[in-house]
Design a protein around this ligand. Structure first.
Ligand code: ATP
Ligand code: MG
Length: 373
């Protein structure tokens, strides 16, 4: 619908935990969530996604099949979301689908950088009858950018305050930070691992998908030798623009670092150390930007529900306030999906979606490919 201000955002991040979907009304100053829906991935789909996230055999066939499967899943999630929200497809202007990242090779480290998101948008448009906008990252990369992170533009549009500088920290598989000073340009970059290592370690050692509230981590003790080794990863001292993924932070890397530690660590001590790694790398980025000024850090993404992580951040940022985006009108789990609804709107209105100062692209650009209804 051409003049509608209702958009759907579809998000499934590197954690591959679930597809998060929202219907958002953009007719007022602030986005209004009309409906939300989250569909967890079953174990086998989650495994297929994780198995494609790192190099392996027969990738093209596996990717082609998963591209279709996820397209069907995303379409079903949209149909369920419409039912939940009591909306018709004809009321929705467009869907913004992030897609499932299966490989992110940022500029700097690679001669031919690329970022690949799957979940066929043709299928989404075909099944739902709604114009679908996808493939948001590659236009930014075509202009020399990282194609990531993209959410800072949304954070900047709706979460900026003229009275108080703010840090918005999205703790997904990877954590990304948006710095919103009261005046001047916003900044943003991936700080490093969010939940990715925490999830991978508890899955490997206990078969659980994630560490509820960080309780298992809380039962362990931080190993400072391992922590120092992990903090020595070159990503943490790289200057922005920068972005990363499970290609850099994964179990193989953790295992090689564990092999260098003398003696065997208790698995819960490893978890405790990984939690502090996430907290310290986020806190160090916030501290470097806030420059002694009082700021509030607003958490979003699934990591906002990790109580231990939140406590660790409060300890590491003693003069700051640490809260979550509920205070800004959007619950932590819906911020990213809402951002992709907004990015679809930007594209639909032929407005730029990237912040060049964040992604490193040469210019601000209209992002994404449009798959008409
Ligand atoms: N109650 C909780 N306690 C601890 N961790 C949680 C809790 N709820 C969610 N999480 C963590 O959040 C993760 C999911 O977060 P989210 O969906 O924001 O990440 P994502 O899908 O990787 O998104 P992206 O990487 O794009 O930001 C889970 O895998 C888990 O690690
Ligand atoms: Mg998720």
């Amino acid at each position: 619908m051409a003049d509608s201000n209702l958009y759907i955002g579809l998000m499934s991040g590197t954690s591959a935990d679930a597809v998060d979907a929202v219907i958002v009304d953009f007719s007022a100053d602030q986005p209004r969530l009309v409906a939300s829906h989250s569909q967890p991935f079953d174990r086998s789909t989650r495994a297929s996604i994780h198995n494609l996230a790192l190099p392996g055999t027969n990738e093209i066939d596996r990717m082609g099949g998963l591209d279709r499967e996820l397209g069907e899943t995303f379409a079903r999630v949209v149909i369920e979301l419409l039912e939940k929200g009591g909306c018709e497809a004809s009321q929705i202007a467009a869907i913004g689908s992030h897609g499932q990242t299966v490989r992110h090779r940022p500029p700097g480290l690679n001669d031919n950088p690329f970022s690949l998101q799957i979940g066929d948008p043709n299928i989404i448009a075909q099944r739902t009858g709604i114009t679908t906008i996808a493939d948001f990252r590659r236009r930014d990369m075509a202009a020399g950018g990282h194609g990531a992170p993209l959410v800072p533009a949304f954070h900047s549009a709706f979460f900026h305050s003229a009275e108080q500088s703010r840090a918005i920290v999205n703790v997904g598989g990877i954590a990304n930070l948006t710095w919103l000073p009261t005046q001047g340009q916003p900044l943003g970059f991936d700080t490093g691992p969010g939940n990715v290592l925490l999830d991978a370690w508890i899955m490997k050692t206990r078969g659980a998908p994630y560490d509820q509230q960080g309780e298992w981590a809380a039962s362990g003790r931080v190993d400072n030798t391992l922590l120092e080794q992990l903090l020595a990863h070159p990503y943490f001292t790289q200057r922005p623009p920068k972005s990363t993924g499970p290609e850099a932070f994964n179990l193989d890397w953790l295992s090689s670092e564990l092999a260098r530690v003398e003696g065997e660590l208790a698995p819960e001590d490893v978890q405790a150390t990984l939690l502090v790694l996430t907290a310290q790398t986020i806190a160090a980025s916030v501290s470097a930007l806030q420059n002694g000024e009082f700021t509030t850090t607003y958490l979003c993404g699934g990591g906002a529900y990790n109580l231990q992580l939140r406590r660790a951040l409060e300890t590491l940022l003693p003069k700051q306030r640490v809260t979550d985006t509920t205070e800004l009108g959007i619950a932590p789990e819906w911020v990213e999906a809402t951002a992709f609804a907004w990015l679809a709107r930007q594209t639909n209105e032929r407005k730029a979606g990237n912040l060049p100062e964040v992604t490193g692209a040469r210019e601000a650009l209209v992002l994404g490919g449009i798959y008409p209804a």
